[in-house]
Design a protein around this ligand. Structure first.
Ligand code: BES
Ligand code: MN
Ligand code: ZN
Length: 488
């Protein structure tokens, strides 16, 4: 989908945003007259009131400037926030995507609104068709370009640039989460990450030999039942001041989670292709930062493994010696995400002394029960960071909800044999998972953990800006958080 910004509409379809209960916009007047009042008639007839998302479609007479006109309800102008603008863009795209027409020019108001509407259209235009060989032409979108006509095209273009970078991050995260686990495994994933060097990211990939040298036996334990080699992917974007401590983003990249010897039930197991959603958020965020040339130092680290049952797999009862030196009794091999993250978190702190760490993981089913599909769970040792992430999430529509931490929960991790066990019993499963991670956070280290198990993919009814199974949650939240707090 090509998105452009102009100040003159020229396309197969010309669209106009109409406020609820409002008049035809000025920009539509010429076309209205030319067509003998067809647009104002459309505004009055039928049930079109300009409610958000409503549409009226007008076939224009021969010789008109365009083939069709489209009136799109914008709802009440007052209180039309970013989400509403994104939804409007998504509805515009969706309504004409399969219309048979190729180009649409949409007249909107100011530059910032135009940019947000464009973002909504782009997010809605995402598709994951690589694995379909029998797609009929009529099922492929015909619409290939939308231009947005606003008061100041140049300003709109400038406003869209960072949003576009964020959307590219979302697209990448969606692709990674949607990809099947036979094609996206640690090695192939690492190769994909390596290609991001073309955007100016510095990439480093560590294999099992190097991870063993670093003592990352907890992460290696998870991958040990898989024939695929575990990898640690490291991406660096050093766009800030030299010497400034970087922000670190850490992601769980379990390319497939069978549960291991503590095997998951069969029904729905295919969803565990998405168990690398945390890592996808990090990779997508790194791409967004590079694309908009963020003025901040950021490192992204993703632990890439596959959790398989095998003669070589870790067993319940095994004790793993983590990179931090702490020992972990594995009581359930399905609580593997924390075993990966604890070593990556430790390495991140030792190596980069980050100003703050945010980790993301599809860590627990319990967070889906607790918060459903509309907020990620946030656990943090820092109130300021909590406020920052909450604000960034609200601003970009990737919301987080703070959950508690506390020593009472931590006690649930006591082990008979080792420093801790990897599960905390039935109660407060998402909190004990976060407590486990916190045991690997060094004193004074600012840290937040986002449990995105409920938001990385969603089945059923969703926002029009979220068209595929994978939502691509994370990149825009992280990008916004960095933009608002680490770039002056
Ligand atoms: N990847 C899962 C968590 C998950 C569940 C993500 C559903 C998305 C949807 C994780 O590795 C896991 O299996 N967690 C266990 C932990 C338990 C064994 C303590 C869980 O949530 O059941
Ligand atoms: Mn698991
Ligand atoms: Zn998992």
């Amino acid at each position: 989908m090509k998105i452009t910004f102009t100040d003159a509409a020229k396309a197969d379809i010309i669209g106009f945003l109409v406020d609820q209960g409002g008049k035809l916009p000025k920009a539509a007047e010429a076309l209205d007259q030319e067509s003998g009042g067809l647009l104002s008639e459309a505004l009055k007839s039928g049930r079109f009131e300009g409610k958000e998302g409503q549409q009226a479609f007008v076939v224009l007479p021969k010789g008109s400037a365009a083939k069709r006109a489209l009136l799109v309800g914008g709802g009440k102008a007052k209180g039309r926030n970013e989400r509403a603008l994104e939804r409007i863009g998504a509805v515009v795209y969706k309504s004409q995507a399969n219309s048979g027409f190729k180009s649409l020019a949409m007249t909107v108001g100011g530059a910032d609104d135009a940019a947000r509407i464009a973002l909504g259209a782009k997010l809605a235009a995402y598709r994951f068709d690589d694995y379909r060989t029998k797609l009929k032409d009529e099922d492929k979108p015909s619409l290939t370009s939308i231009s947005f006509v606003s008061e100041d095209a140049k300003a709109a273009r400038a406003a869209f640039k960072p949003l576009d970078a964020g959307a590219d991050g979302t697209y990448l995260a969606r692709d990674l989460v949607n990809m099947p686990p036979n094609d996206l495994y640690p090695g192939s994933y690492a190769e994909k990450i390596e290609t991001l060097a073309e955007h100016g990211l510095e990439i480093e990939i560590l294999g099992e030999k190097e991870l063993a040298k670093l003592g990352m036996n907890s992460m290696l334990g998870v991958g040990q039942g898989s024939v695929k080699e575990s990898k640690l992917g490291i991406m660096k974007w050093m766009g800030g001041k030299a010497g400034d401590a970087p922000v670190a983003l850490v992601g769980k990249g379990v390319c497939f989670d069978t549960g291991g010897i503590s095997l998951k039930p069969g029904a729905g197991m295919e969803d565990m292709r998405g168990d690398m959603g945390g890592s996808a958020a990090v990779v997508g965020a790194m791409l967004a930062l590079a694309k908009r040339k963020a003025k901040a130092n950021v490192v992204g680290l993703v632990g890439l493994v596959e959790n398989m049952p095998d003669g070589d797999a870790i067993r319940p009862g095994d004790i793993l010696r983590s990179a931090s030196g702490q020992t972990i009794e594995v009581q359930n091999t399905d609580a593997e995400g924390r075993l990966v993250l604890c070593d990556v978190l430790w390495y991140t702190q030792e190596k980069y002394k980050p100003a703050a760490i945010v980790d993301l993981a599809t860590l627990t089913g319990a967070i889906v029960i607790g918060l459903g599909h509309h907020h990620a769970g946030m656990f943090t040792n820092n109130d300021k960071l909590a406020d920052q992430l909450t604000a960034a999430g609200l601003a970009e529509g990737e919301r987080v909800w703070r959950m508690p931490l506390g020593p009472e929960y931590d006690k649930q991790l006591k082990s008979k044999f080792a420093d801790m066990r990897n599960i905390g019993g039935r109660a407060a499963g998402s909190i004990t998972a976060a407590q486990f991670l916190q045991r690997f956070i060094q004193d004074g280290q600012t840290w937040a953990h986002l449990d995105i198990a409920g938001v990385a993919w969603v089945e059923g009814e969703k926002a029009p800006t979220d068209p595929s199974w994978a939502s691509g949650f994370g990149p825009r939240l992280l990008d916004r958080w960095i933009a608002d707090n680490y770039e002056s």
